[in-house]
Design a protein. Sequence first.
Length: 124
Amino acid sequence: MEKYDYRRAIIDDVKDYINSHPEELPDPKQYDDIVEYWYNMLLDEDSITGSGFSWYSTEENCAKYISNNMDLVRRAIAEYDYAELALEIVDYFTDHEICRYFDSTVRHLLLYECVEEALRELNS
């Protein structure tokens, strides 16, 4: 199975979002950090991070995505200090779409760096 490239997927999603929402383009004079602006705008955007109610992907797809990216899942658990909560998270999500939860967590973890790269690509 080919490894799912979270970074490339998020970068492409960010670029698609920015290109399809020109009305949300910020005035550069008002924002010192354009990356921070887009990061904050997209943090809860379901089509980017999967943190909305509609979940942009299925549990089955998310299982495929994370299965070959356990390094990112481990990094997210450490970054967000989930180590102590891990058993509670697994217990709760066993019947509540745990793969979607961790897929969204990884997307949140990578969002800032992906926004930076997406903006670089859009500007070149």
